[in-house]
Every structure is written in C-alpha cells, then in structure tokens.
Design a protein around this ligand. Sequence first.
Ligand SMILES: Cc1cc2nc3c(=O)[nH]c(=O)nc-3n(C[C@H](O)[C@H](O)[C@H](O)COP(=O)(O)O)c2cc1C
Length: 305
Amino acid sequence: MNTFSEIVAGLRLPVIQAPMFLVSGPAMVIAACRAGIIGSVPTQNVRSDAELAEWFGTIDAATGERGGCAPYAVNLIVHASYPRRDNDLEAVLRYRPRIVITALGSPRSVVDAIHAYGGIVLADVISVKLARKALDAGADGLVLVGAGAGGHTGAVTGMALVDEVRRFFAGPVVLGGGIGSGRAIRAAQVLGADLAYMGTRFIATTESMVSEAQKQMVVEAGSEDVFASDAFTGVNANWLRASVVAAGHDPQTLTRGQIDFSRQDQKRWRDLWSAGQGVGSVDRICPVAEVVERLRMEYRAAQVA
Ligand SMILES: Cc1cc2nc3c(=O)[nH]c(=O)nc-3n(C[C@H](O)[C@H](O)[C@H](O)COP(=O)(O)O)c2cc1C
C-alpha cells in the first residue's frame, strides 16, 4: 500500500476535498478522486449501517488507485456523544479506506484498529495543544483547521498553526480554513503543509447533495456574509448569515448551545447553511472536475520560481 508521501506524489493537485455533513456523498467523492484529488465523505452522512455499506460499495466500485484515480478518505466523528461511532468504525474496518480523518475528539480509540489494516489516520484539530494530543494518541498526521473554515472552525490563523506545528512535527500536515483558490493551495504548501483541505469551494458543485438554493447562496456570498457562532452545535462554526436569518434566528442575540453530537439532526444543518470565509472564491455552480481544473490552472500560475 502506498505511503502518505506516495499518495501525495500521485495527486494531480495537492488537495483533499474536505468531508461535509449533508454536502459530500459518493458522487462528489468519486468525481474528486477521478479528477486526481483526494475525495472524502463523513460517515455521519448516512442514517444506517446498510446505507453506509452501500456508499462504500459505490465508491469502491468507481474509484481505485489505478488510472490516475486518487484514493478516498472517510471522516469519523470520535466524540463520545456520537451514537454511531462503533458502527461506523466497524464499516471502516470492513471496507478499509486508505485514509481516515478523525474529528471532534481524540483518535486514540480508533488508531490501532485502522493501523492494523494499513490505514492512515489524520486527526482534524484546531489548536497546537490538540495537535500534540492527537500525535500522542497515535495519529499519523494532522489536519489543521484554522480560522475562517466552513463547518466547525478554529480560531487561530492557519499561518500560525502550520508554523508552530512544523517546529515539532515533520509528518503529514494538511491545512484547511478559507483556502479557495490555486494561489491559496500554493500558499499552504509554502507555509509547510503537504495538502490543502478544501470544503467550501466544493459546496456549489453539480455533485453536491445540497439544494440549488443553498448552492446559489454560496455563489452569491462573500466573506462578510459569514459569521462564527457556537449557538447551534455548542462548538464554533461558520454560518451564512442569510440562512440563519431565514431560519428565524437573530445573529445578534444567539447564545451558546450544548455540545451533543447525538443530536446531529439533519434539520438543523439543512436549514442553517455553513460556509467558510473563502466563500467569495465560488462564482458559479459547476462540476467538481471543473473546479479542480480551474484550481490547477491557478496553482500552476502561482508556481514559485
Ligand atoms: C457545510 C459543511 C459541513 C461540514 N461538515 C463536516 C463534517 O461532517 N465533519 C468534519 O470533520 N468537518 C466538516 N466540515 C469541515 C470541513 O471538513 C473542513 O474542515 C472545512 O470545510 C475547511 O474549510 P473551508 O470550508 O474554508 O474550505 C464541514 C464544512 C462545511 C462547509
């Protein structure tokens, strides 16, 4: 099996299409992998074991490391309150995705089992303290989620995060948060990251599972239309203000919510739309392959001499 470095070397563009609740499903992952970047999906996007098995089957049948197709990753919520954690882990051990990205907790309880089949564990973290903890817990690498990210966001700028982490860790590092263009991907590499982690850039794609209205709002929004709040999940996340207002909330009077991922109910994220500060880079709805092609051109144009 390829090492992380070999996987990176085989990509057409150093990018992971980031996992997104209710947004990334098999169609997006397959399109991303075929376009030569790592596609990913959160296992929490399904409602049952049978559906998860079906997703793995569909993705496995359509991808594969031959023919320029990049490997895919799955995102596993490891927070104690997430009720499907054991079931999702069981499916991961059966279908053996090359990369597993843990989120919202320590990867300790899952690393040994994933390593046993040769999987690579990347831990999604938002601070240097959590980065150290994840590495102590056995993670192979880190996904550093900086300020301005879509979904649950960090508060520290990615610039500082990568720099500080690179002082003590030479292994796999992926940087996310507000990366929307090929120039920004190049910048992430210059900073010291191996790969860029991009979610928001892929919300308004043909393969995305969200409504046309949500895609359109992403197309029309700029960074000033995004605000961070811990009101809805108990953890800071970036939201499109217009969707919060449309759902009947006043962004000025929100109070902190309770952390409980057992209530990751579809309705809340279906009505409240998350996007990161890089949303201004999205100017039309198009297929994933077109987004990747455009990013590649921008990335090449930004080649450092
Ligand atoms: C709508 C949306 C849903 C998300 N859902 C998840 C999720 O289920 N699990 C997860 O680990 N991260 C999730 N994220 C965060 C992304 O994986 C990634 O960290 C983020 O998109 C990177 O920042 P960017 O959006 O500025 O590119 C989500 C992000 C968005 C925009």
